[in-house]
Design a protein around this ligand. Structure first.
Ligand SMILES: Cc1cc2nc3c(=O)[nH]c(=O)nc-3n(C[C@H](O)[C@H](O)[C@H](O)COP(=O)(O)OP(=O)(O)OC[C@H]3O[C@@H](n4cnc5c(N)ncnc54)[C@H](O)[C@@H]3O)c2cc1C
Length: 463
């Protein structure tokens, strides 16, 4: 498979130029860690794009020439300035858990590991608004918010390992999306601090509106150094596992539950073969053969109503337990792309898709089953989209080649689904497919030489 033109474009720079940059940084900022060993460079140039055979092939061998680990905003500015002066590409990196090859450097250059920049700056005791440095791990931030009775509104299922900056720059939503929608919905992200990539870098602060163009831009238009977020009141969520013998009854329950007055944090539906393949939390029985499985995070006060409500609709409560601090497999690590992770651990020849299903969902699901049989298996997540409850799908797809994948996506699109294609490298193609002029303008303002994560913002390459 040859690379599309926008991918082959980013120019690699010479090793001599990168060595000169490294020498300058070592002399001026001895506290900055410079990693140039092959093992470090390979490890820090990777993410989880191997869920996509398409990306795996396209990104083969792409590697940084230097990795730099920073702990302070001043150090970020030093690296940004050095890259600008030497004309070296710079790819920011959090924990490297992205699925789209977002932090794989297409043009080599420097990978900037920001996980050392991880201090909690402030939690406002009245509003609960939190500001933390971008490299903070979401799990650590959650632990720091707890004593204040607060919790992050949205978390990826990689909440233990992913960074705050990586979630804003590369993620979209996940646990909590049933209540709070997605990161780009107004009210979730309240502000950003960034560093520009210029010979004399600037440290800038933006309010919510000013931050929008940098939200989900793959770090192509500014290095995030701190993030301000709205938070939610902390709840000790109850985990419920409910099995349904009948798939239509399960789908009907998933459609009806968010319309109740029950406070829910997440609602996942796994088709029977997926349910059978996934691990169960300790003490939770495996599903009966052929049973579809609902995974629920619900507020404690819902327990008086939920079991009966589910039973009336054909559901059987198999297990319940409060979320704890233990490291036993929590339900939040079985949904979203963790479903894909667990499935692929057993079935390597499979990949996945991401889409927002049309309403009603059944005609699309039936048409896909008719065309592809059990080579497409359904994993659904209830979400809030533009104020209404909708079903997102992350179906598991047996890999039958790029042509069949394209046909499947086209079929789903023609039946009303919005596809978020996880087999492409640019911000635009993985999202709604359109160029966001504000994202491109932000890149022009903060990265005029186009050094940040080259090749990932199609609007910049096509301007
Ligand atoms: C099993 C699994 C489950 C997942 N579940 C979810 C999910 O539920 N929801 C979801 O949204 N995603 C999910 N993801 C994708 C990913 O884990 C999240 O989006 C995560 O928040 C990314 O954070 P990170 O620190 O790993 O970012 P990275 O992978 O390090 O980076 C992601 C992007 O952000 C950029 N970036 C990182 N830090 C900065 C910074 N400080 N400034 C500017 N740019 C920066 C990088 O250049 C890259 O483009 C999942 C992935 C896996 C493997």
């Amino acid at each position: 498979m040859s690379l599309p033109p926008s991918l082959s474009r980013p120019e690699a720079v010479s090793d001599e130029r990168v060595a000169a940059l490294a020498a300058e940084l070592a002399a001026s900022h001895p506290g900055i860690a410079l990693l140039a060993g092959a093992a470090d460079l390979t490890r820090l140039s990777r993410d989880f794009h191997d869920y996509s055979p398409v990306l795996q092939q396209q990104l083969e061998g792409r590697r940084a020439q230097l990795a730099v680990r920073v702990h302070t905003v001043e150090q970020v500015m030093a690296v940004a300035g050095a890259c600008a002066r030497h004309g070296v590409p710079l790819t920011p990196r959090g924990a490297g858990t992205g699925n789209y090859g977002q932090c794989v450097p297409l043009a080599g250059g420097v990978v900037l590991d920001l996980t050392g920049l991880n201090r909690l700056r402030v939690i406002d005791p009245l509003s609960g608004v939190v500001e933390a440095e971008a490299g903070a791990l979401l799990g650590d931030l959650e632990a720091q918010l707890r004593p204040a009775g607060r919790s992050l509104r949205l978390l990826p299922s990689t909440w233990r390992t992913a960074s705050l900056g990586g979630f804003i720059a590369g993620g979209s939503g996940g646990i909590g999306s049933l209540r709070w929608g997605f990161l780009r919905d107004p009210g979730n992200l309240l502000g950003l601090e960034i560093v520009t990539v210029e010979p004399s870098p600037r440290r800038l602060r933006f309010d919510a509106a000013g931050s929008a163009p940098l939200n989900h831009a793959y770090g192509t238009n500014g290095i995030l150094t701190a993030v301000r977020l709205a938070t939610a009141e902390a709840v000790t969520w109850q985990q419920l596992v409910v099995d349904f013998a009948d798939g239509d009854a399960a789908l009907a329950a998933v459609g009806a539950l968010p319309a109740t007055a029950l406070l829910l944090q997440s609602l996942t539906l796994l088709e029977a073969p997926i349910a059978a393949a996934l691990p169960s939390p300790p003490g939770c029985p495996a599903p009966e053969p052929g049973a579809h499985r609902l995974l629920l995070l619900a507020a404690p006060d819902s327990l008086e109503v939920l079991p009966h409500w589910l039973e009336e609709r054909g559901g059987r409560l198999r297990w319940q337990a409060p979320e704890g601090d233990g490291r036993a497999m929590p339900l939040r690590e079985l949904g979203w792309n963790h479903t894909t992770l667990h499935w692929r651990a057993r079935h390597q020849g499979w990949t996945y898709l991401q889409m927002l299903l049309p309403r009603p969902e059944t005609p699309l699901i039936a048409a896909v089953r008719e065309r592809w049989g059990h080579d497409v298996l359904w994993h659904l997540e209830a979400v809030r989209q533009d104020g209404a409850t909708r079903l997102a799908a992350l179906p598991l797809v047996r890999w039958r080649g790029a042509g069949d994948l394209a046909e499947l996506m086209e079929q789903c699109r023609s039946l009303g689904a919005v596809i978020f294609n996880p087999h492409v490298l640019t911000v635009e193609d993985g999202g709604l497919g359109v160029i966001d002029a504000d994202q491109v303008a932000a890149k022009a303002a903060h990265d005029p030489a186009g050094l940040l994560n080259p090749g990932k913002l199609r609007g910049w390459d096509e301007r």
